[in-house]
Design a protein around this ligand. Structure first.
Ligand code: SF4
Length: 379
């Protein structure tokens, strides 16, 4: 039996955040109901085409957009038409992304009853001025009420996303947001990302008028992140991800390990070796294709062993466990040292950027600060 992970994309948001360049529709759109029905048609098509009807689903991740905006009626349709028909492992990890503004205790109980065992909240900051600057619609009070909601005890794991490098953010304000978040008794997982400004977003258009923390301040924020997560018992397992012991996000690890996954919905990506493909980004086109019984394919790429090798280096160097040379050889058919170049590896080891402990090559803490640049040296 094949093991498989499923990603389900729910492209609805109440309002566009100022930094976001993901595709999403208004939550009031009349397209959402047909879209939810179409997700199960897509699974029917894709599972037959790739011979996955008896696959055992080991992780499900419902992301967006804002999946917690789905009303009870549509959630029940999704569960009845899609999830209730899947074969899944007894230990399946099932996550759903929630935003504080659309989360309710009633929805939490509904998710728990369906089998969801992991919630993750887009908190981003615990300062109202920073949230406003980002265009988030929740307040700090709302975020804290949600993080202390008793319904959260129904789940195995609660996660949160936090941002640094926000305009006008200080090391002190980031540190306070972080400390408050880590003090939450339910929290088991933290994703902390630097704000990246995309030109086509609202922040991108006014970027020159904004005042961003300088490089020194950002490095201090990362220092605070490492220090405080360590003190609160969160282990870093990837460059931006921290978890209490036993609470790593398995779904993320599937992506990083190049294991098979199917993404359902507009703009979702799938990977069944050697192919990776993405769906049409447009929800209308997606529904039309489903109505015609055609897969909503946008782009398809054959991943050859060189591309796979580069991706394994890029992702492996972002993980604290590092890159496993044995796995590299099994997946790519290449010997890592021969492929990467002995001299280059030796240079990084001497500089204290890469550590080697058979069979793992991992970046040191100083290496993590330049992880992408180190990976690029091998491309
Ligand atoms: S809620 Fe998430 S997906 Fe929606 S606009 Fe904001 S950042 Fe983008």
């Amino acid at each position: 039996m094949k093991k498989l992970s499923l990603y389900i994309h729910i492209p609805v948001c109440t309002k566009k955040c100022y930094y976001c360049d993901f595709y999403s529709e208004s939550s009031y759109s009349e397209l959402i109901a047909p879209y939810i029905h179409a997700l199960s048609y897509e699974w029917e098509l894709v599972s037959h085409q790739f011979n996955l009807c008896d696959a055992i689903v080991d992780t499900i991740y419902i992301g967006g957009g804002t999946p917690s905006l789905l009303p009870e009626k549509l959630w029940n349709i999704l569960v009845r038409e899609l999830f209730a028909r899947l074969n899944h492992s007894n230990t399946m990890e099932w996550s759903i992304e929630c935003n504080p503004d659309s989360f309710t205790s009633e929805k939490a109980y509904m998710y728990a009853q369906s089998g969801v065992n992991r919630l993750t909240f887009g908190i981003q900051s615990l300062f109202d001025e920073e949230l406003k600057l980002l265009g988030r619609i929740h307040t700090v009070k709302r975020a804290l009420d949600v993080l202390n909601d008793k319904s959260l005890e129904k789940f195995d794991s609660i996660g949160a996303d936090l941002m640094y490098g926000i305009p006008d953010q200080t090391v002190k304000s980031f540190s306070e947001s972080l400390q408050t978040l880590l003090s939450s008794s339910y929290l088991k997982h933290l994703s902390a990302y630097e704000l990246i400004i995309e030109p086509a977003t609202q922040l991108g258009r006014i970027q020159k008028k904004l005042s961003f923390p300088d490089e020194e301040a950002v490095i201090e924020m990362v220092g605070e992140l490492l220090d405080k997560t360590g003190r609160y018992g969160f282990n870093r397992y990837e460059i931006s991800n921290f978890a209490k012991s036993g609470f790593n996000c398995r779904h993320n690890e599937i992506y990083w390990e190049h294991e098979p996954y199917i993404g359902l919905g507009a703009s979702a990506h799938s990977y069944i070796h050697p192919y990776r493909w993405s769906n049409s980004r447009d929800i209308r086109e997606y529904i039309t294709m489903m109505n015609k019984g055609e897969l909503p394919l946008d782009e398809k790429e054959r991943i050859n062993s060189d591309t796979l090798a580069r991706e394994m280096v890029f992702l492996g160097f972002r993980r604290c466990c590092g890159l496993n040379e044995n796995l590299f050889e099994i997946k790519t058919g290449k010997n890592f040292i021969e492929w990467a170049g002995f001299e280059k590896i030796e240079k990084f080891i001497k500089m204290g950027i890469i550590n080697y402990q058979k069979p793992w090559y991992r970046l040191s803490e100083s290496g993590f600060l330049i992880a992408d640049a180190v990976a690029r040296e091998f491309f």
